[in-house]
Design a protein around this ligand. Structure first.
Ligand code: BGC
Length: 567
């Protein structure tokens, strides 16, 4: 506690010194002379003025929520033609109900990692899983699509062969965390790469086909790809399995945060996205091109909210630093919200701010280091590490400054560095909260369950607290929610979806079999009824014949008697 007070006093002291004589460019010069001075001094900035750019009021966040919700409606109606939020159909009709059973394989590709997983399910028993994780080599992510899918197929084949499952033709769920236009559970065209992947020859292609071709080229195993899903759909399904069949929204905030990367290779905490259950009636665009009949009442929708802002509709949120990060990214102008929220760009944003503060002598006495001025040298993990330092103890911060080659940093420098990390990452948490609150305000069910996965959310010490706090402020009155953090949701979810598909198929087969038995029983009963009618008819005819015979006999007898009388 003392640490916090001491820190607060020192920080206020430092701030009053740092901003002495400097006016925030945002307050605007009053006189022509001041205007000229301001022009000359254009680059003269304070920590406050820079940080103000990252602070978003609830009014701004509500404005963003309303724009997002409009885009979601338009996405459901017309897809990407009229919206930046695609609202893609998943063709997953329901959540797990605990009756799933069998052996299933999951593959999970997203960001920088590939995971292959085997899952065994038996109702009432804990699920058994075995898994293998590997980092995708740069050559696979940035070479040809064939190379990328060969790499994935090889990992799958090696995994199954090692477990002697090569010929079992197991059902596979494939989590593919990139925007896909899905026309069936196992057919999906890649719309675009995100998260810096650039493998050629994949955009516009059917991803399941690409994978099946690669498995065929490898030729060592037999499998049955039953579903392709997004990681948020997997997260929602995995959380529902644990919560007894209920989950309202699955969220990813920054996937694949690699904590121990060599900073030169660093590429961390990639996209953000959410899924929720939508009524099939509203999924106009998504179901228009479906290649299979869809007769279920609802379907999980993969919102692809990461695209929000791609038409400039979120420009009021973008700072000059965001614009630099975007323009230098692999996909400029694409998946804008990913870049504002997920960890992928957070480190670089902090670095750009530090560089500017340093240039303006607000920080490090204007010295800094060559490394601080070099792009992508401040990985997002630094933010978590700096914020993990206890108050007044700066061991992580000092080590990071050493790694960046910064010498002679003062106590004030360290406080300032921490403040930049807080403000930049808190903005990301606030934006994530606004996006989640936007979906919850649409879902509007009692006691909603939000499942969140992703490294930005997991590894940042305050992110979960900030997200929860802000959702509360932005949620419509009367609504309530609970957050659960799911681990490996996207992988387990893929296997669970393969299991749901098998269960639904089994139930459908059983339903059809029961129907057939009922139909047969009804046909037999009808046959019996007809036979009975026939029998009754025959009996009636027989009776009529006998009666008519008897009558004829009596008439004949009567005639005979009368003849004899006349004789
Ligand atoms: C992708 C989404 C994915 C999200 C989280 C985004 O870049 O477009 O499909 O769900 O990242 O991994």
């Amino acid at each position: 506690m003392l640490g916090i007070i001491e820190l607060g006093i020192q920080y206020r002291l430092w701030r009053s010194q740092a901003s002495k004589g400097k006016k925030s460019p945002r307050s605007g010069p009053a006189t022509p002379l001041a205007k000229m001075a301001s022009k000359l001094n254009e680059e003269s900035i304070s920590l406050e003025s820079v940080m103000a750019e990252f602070k978003l009021s609830n009014t701004t966040l509500r404005r963003m929520m309303s724009h997002m919700s409009d885009n979601m409606d338009r996405g459901l109606e017309s897809g990407l033609e009229r919206s930046t939020i695609a609202m893609l159909p998943s063709f997953v009709p329901e959540l797990p109900n605990g009756k799933e059973r069998g052996k299933f394989v999951a593959m999970d590709l997203g960001g920088t990692n590939l995971r292959v997983m085997l899952m065994e399910l038996e109702p009432g028993e804990p699920m058994r899983t075995k898994q293998f994780n590997t980092r995708m080599p740069n050559a696979a992510m940035h070479g040809t699509g064939e190379k990328l899918f060969d790499y994935i197929a090889k990992a799958l084949c090696d995994f199954l062969i090692e477990r002697e499952l090569a010929d079992e033709c197991l059902p596979v769920g494939f989590t593919f965390s990139y925007p896909c236009d899905q026309t069936g559970l196992r057919s999906a065209t890649l719309l675009r790469w995100t998260k810096g992947v650039t493998a050629t020859g994949c955009v516009g292609e059917d991803v399941v086909q690409l994978l099946e071709d690669a498995i065929k080229r490898d030729g060592r195993v037999k499998v049955n790809i039953v579903a392709l899903i997004n990681d948020t759909v997997g997260t929602m399904v995995a959380a529902a399995y644990e919560a007894g069949g209920h989950c309202d929204i699955g969220v990813i905030i920054g996937k694949s945060f690699l904590l121990h990367e060599n900073i030169k290779l660093q590429f961390s905490g990639t996209g953000t996205n959410a899924s929720y259950m939508e009524s099939s009636k509203k999924i106009v665009h998504g179901l228009a091109n479906a290649t299979e009949d869809y007769n279920h009442k609802s379907m999980i929708i993969d919102t692809e909210w990461g695209g929000f802002g791609d038409n400039g509709e979120a420009d009021y949120i973008f700072t000059r630093y965001d614009k630099i990060v975007d323009s230098k990214s692999d996909h400029p102008g694409v998946n804008s919200l990913d870049k504002l929220i997920a960890g992928m760009c957070m480190g670089e944003l902090v670095r750009l701010v530090l560089e500017r503060l340093c240039e303006n002598k607000v920080l490090f006495n204007g010295q800094g280091s060559k490394m601080l001025r070099t792009r992508n040298t401040f990985p997002t993990k630094y933010i978590s590490e700096i914020l993990h330092d206890d108050c007044g103890v700066y061991s992580n911060t000092r080590q990071i400054m050493d790694e960046l080659g910064i010498e002679g940093a003062t106590f004030s420098d360290m406080l300032l560095l921490r403040e930049v990390c807080v403000v930049v990452s808190r903005r990301s948490a606030n934006l994530a909260a606004a996006a989640i609150a936007c979906v919850l305000n649409r879902v509007r069910r009692p006691n909603m369950l939000v499942a969140i996965d992703g490294s930005t959310y997991k590894y940042h010490p305050f992110f979960n607290h900030w997200v929860c706090e802000k959702i509360r402020e932005l949620l419509d009155p009367g609504l309530d929610f609970k957050i659960v953090q799911t681990g490996d949701g996207s992988g387990r979810g893929a296997a669970l979806i393969a299991a749901i598909v098998s269960r639904v198929k089994r139930e459908e087969e059983k339903r059809l079999k029961d129907l057939e038995i009922q139909r047969q029983k009804a046909a037999e009963a009808e046959e019996r009824r007809l036979l009975e009618i026939e029998k009754e008819k025959e009996e009636a005819e027989e009776r009529a014949r006998k009666i008519s015979e008897m009558m004829r006999y009596q008439i004949e007898r009567g005639a005979e008697e009368s003849y004899q009388r006349h004789e």
